[in-house]
Write a protein that binds this ligand. Structure first.
Ligand code: COD
Length: 334
């Protein structure tokens, strides 16, 4: 274990040295940076516990997995919940899972959209610090978040970021945008990357490697995703987009498998080592999200970035663990 860790560090440092001027200070600084980096989703819990306890407004909270996750987060001292939804359901499920909701505020609103509006309002009135989606469709919930009167817009694009831990990849892997922006154009893709990079910076990864996915590594004017990827990569190379290393187009295997990257003769600082994947659209990202969770043995944590506060948005099919880790992620980066 220690030997693997040591060699892991050595490889990352040597990779960096190849691109940067060698010095002892450089090596020490990088060892410190890499040591601080969050390498497992469980570490999010410690990061969140190191912060002040925050109020979380949960929209349509009457759901078994949601309440279990909130119970867990409350027990860890990460959040103080405000539960908005059908009071009877909330109380019944809470008693089933032995979660005493008496000390917590429950607001009785059965309609999921109205509950989402109320939860959003609590944030904009400063009565809660962050927001979570419960048993309500993402579309309805996001409509409430974008509400013109008291929604949580900041003028930036809002986008979804999911972080995965899977036994088949050697580090955490981010995927964006699997839940909000349906068919992003070039400018929207840049904003989506910037939002996701902020999450990685919050996880102490100061220069995440971003792979922009396509189905090929060559640029084909008939495939818009490859044109976007090439433009964004060049913008990063020219320092128009900072705080990350971007390369694309890369097919999924080239992005995450060093072996594939070598076989395909891809020369890239990102290939085989991606921290974050930008998918061409919501379909591609969502398929990847579900494949990782349901076929790839992954656990995930997910948030919406770009709003006034981080928003916990997991899929209704996600496990209680994913919902709990998503709460920890939002608390850790807020
Ligand atoms: N960030 C900031 N503002 C936005 C965003 C965004 N990502 N999207 C829309 N807006 C603003 C627009 O500028 C406009 O002012 C207003 O919101 C309404 O925009 P519309 O008409 O395009 O938006 P809606 O209300 O029809 O739809 C917005 C959704 C986020 C609901 C829509 O994009 C959507 O359905 N996304 C997919 C959600 C989903 O089904 N996910 C399921 C996968 S899990």
């Amino acid at each position: 274990m220690i030997i693997t860790h040591f060699f892991g560090l050595l490889i990352v440092i040597l990779q960096e040295i190849c691109n940067t001027k060698f010095s002892v200070t450089f090596i020490i600084t990088n060892i410190r940076k890499i040591k601080k980096m969050i390498k497992s989703l469980e570490s999010l819990v410690d990061l969140a516990k190191g912060k002040d306890k925050r109020k979380i407004a949960v929209a349509a909270a009457g759901d078994y997995h949601v309440l279990k996750a909130i119970h867990n987060a409350t027990e860890h001292g990460i959040v103080e919940p405000i539960l908005i939804g059908c009071e009877d359901d909330i109380k019944r499920i809470s008693s089933e899972i032995k979660f005493n909701v008496k000390p917590h505020k429950v607001i009785n609103i059965s309609d999921p959209y109205e509950a989402s509006l109320e939860a959003t309002k609590l944030i904009s009135d400063g009565k809660a610090d962050f927001l979570m989606k419960g048993l309500v469709s993402s579309r309805l919930f996001l409509k409430a978040v974008l509400n013109k009167e008291f929604g949580l817009r900041t003028g930036s694009l809002l986008s979804h970021v999911a972080i995965f831990e899977t036994p088949y990849y050697h580090k955490l892997l981010g995927v964006t945008d699997a839940a909000m922006n349906v068919d992003p154009d070039l400018e929207e893709k840049i904003d989506i990357i910037k939002n996701a990079v902020k999450v990685f910076h919050g996880l102490k990864n100061r220069n995440p490697k971003v792979a922009i996915l396509g189905s090929v590594e060559t640029i084909n004017p008939k495939m818009e995703a490859t044109m976007h990827a090439a433009t964004i990569s060049m913008m990063n190379y020219r320092k128009q987009i900072k705080g990350c290393i971007i390369d694309g187009p890369l097919a999924l295997d080239g992005a995450i498998s060093e072996k594939s990257a070598k076989l395909k003769h891809i020369t890239s600082n990102v290939a085989g080592e991606a921290d974050l994947i930008l998918a061409p659209d919501i379909n591609g990202a969502n398929i990847l999200y579900k494949s990782l969770n349901f076929l790839g043995g992954a656990t995930s944590a997910a948030v919406i970035m770009g709003a006034k506060v981080p928003i916990v948005l997991t899929s209704r099919g996600d496990s209680e663990k994913s919902k709990f880790l998503s709460i920890a992620l939002a608390a850790a980066i807020s």
